[in-house]
Design a protein around this ligand. Structure first.
Ligand code: SAM
Length: 365
């Protein structure tokens, strides 16, 4: 298959390796063709709208760390909907085509529909959202009416006991399945269902999940367990590789690969040979996809990160609240992207696990 080489912005060479002070960022016309030092375009923006969650998934927000006393951000520290929409407009001018709202649990942010309306009114953006599904049944219609295109729902098991143990909030599977049905009825399809597989916890749920979603029209995707944040005690031995998952499912239901929809697609696509639909695997650990990563992440408090595993965030909120113009903010975003060289997942090893990292609930999963 022909590989498309992105058109790289010639200004890379001048800015590589340094991000100027926001007030000194050189003018970069928003052509939508911004590319980083590895030639990767800026196409996707993930926005964490809250660092809070009603689940305490053991691999993401373990209860012993995210307990009653955990210092979640105060409301005033969060970007307002108007601030997010303003930044979204600036990002769009620099090439962003898709925005994913995430968190924490994005549906916990009050009046999230209002933010979706503001983003939809910009025009030309694909707007999606990742949720644990807990209150999706109640919200699906309003989300669709506000302009949301699709949802991704996280669900790690079909067995109620396993799921309750993983979400550690005693939340039942049935409610999430209700949410998925409601989302489908509301037209938020095709729905993707994300299952993080952690060895010793839920790998025996791979087949029941595959059987359940086969033929449903929803796309079940298996995510390799990652060493995000500092709190989940990640070990390579806990990772169930995508290759293992595909072999297991393929033994019972033969599979064949499907071409990616676009360069930089996170999930590798497979379909059942008997026509019962598609599944995906996200091999963030065993087959890092940094090479094609086109994602920027706007954390809950307005810091911009260029990698899920980054430690340096760039404060856009102070620009938004400090009187900077859209052009100045755009120039700063461009300067940040032009010097981006991250490729954490390609260099991950047992040794990198101890490096300082940001929690996923804050940076946005
Ligand atoms: N609360 C929402 C949800 O549950 O989908 C959105 C935020 S959550 C952090 C986004 C996704 O990240 C979920 O699908 C979750 O399972 C996944 N995730 C969290 N921690 C992970 C880890 N250590 N490895 C792989 N995926 C992880």
């Amino acid at each position: 298959m022909a590989r498309i080489i992105p058109l790289t912005d010639a200004r890379v060479a001048q800015l590589a390796g340094m991000v100027p002070h926001p007030s000194a960022a050189p003018r970069v016309a928003p052509t939508g063709l911004l590319a980083d030092v590895r030639g990767r375009r800026l196409r996707d923006l993930r926005v964490s709208v809250t660092d809070r969650c009603n689940f305490r998934c053991v691999y993401c927000m373990p209860k012993d760390v995210f307990g009653r006393d955990y210092p979640f951000l105060a409301h005033a520290e969060l970007l307002t909907f108007e601030e997010i929409a303003r930044l979204a407009r600036v990002f769009k001018a620099h090439g962003v085509e898709k925005i994913r709202l995430t968190g924490g649990e994005p549906l916990l942010r009050k009046n999230i529909e209002r933010l979706i309306e503001l983003l939809a009114s910009i025009g030309g953006l694909d707007i999606t959202l990742t949720t644990n599904g807990a209150i999706l049944a109640r919200k699906a219609r309003e989300l669709k009416a506000a302009g949301l295109n699709r949802v991704t729902v996280s669900l790690d098991a079909l067995d109620d006991g396993v799921f309750r143990a993983m979400n550690d909030a005693d939340f039942p599977v049935a409610k999430v399945l209700e949410g998925i049905d409601a989302a489908a009825d509301a037209g938020l399809a095709p729905i993707k269902v994300n299952m993080v597989v952690k060895r010793g916890m839920n790998e025996h749920e791979i087949m029941p999940m595959a059987r359940h979603f086969r033929g449903s029209g929803h796309v079940l995707r298996f995510i390799e367990y990652m060493d995000v944040g500092h709190t989940n005690g990640w070990r390579m031995d806990d990772v169930v590789s995508s290759a293992e998952v595909l072999a297991m499912i393929g033994r019972q239901f033969p599979l064949e690969p499907v071409d990616p929809t676009y360069t930089g697609e996170v999930a590798e696509r497979w379909r059942y040979r008997d026509g019962a639909g598609e599944i995906g695997v996200i091999s963030s650990v065993t087959q890092a996809f940094c090479r094609d990563c086109t994602r920027a992440r706007l954390a809950t408090d307005g810091k911009l990160y260029t990698c899920l595993f980054a430690t340096t965030g760039y404060d856009l909120r102070s620009l938004v609240r400090g009187g900077s113009s859209d052009e100045e903010i755009g120039n700063y975003i461009a300067a940040i992207w032009l010097q981006r060289a991250d490729r954490y997942s390609e260099i991950r090893s047992e040794h990198t696990v101890a490096l300082p990292k940001i929690e996923m609930s804050y940076i946005g999963g």
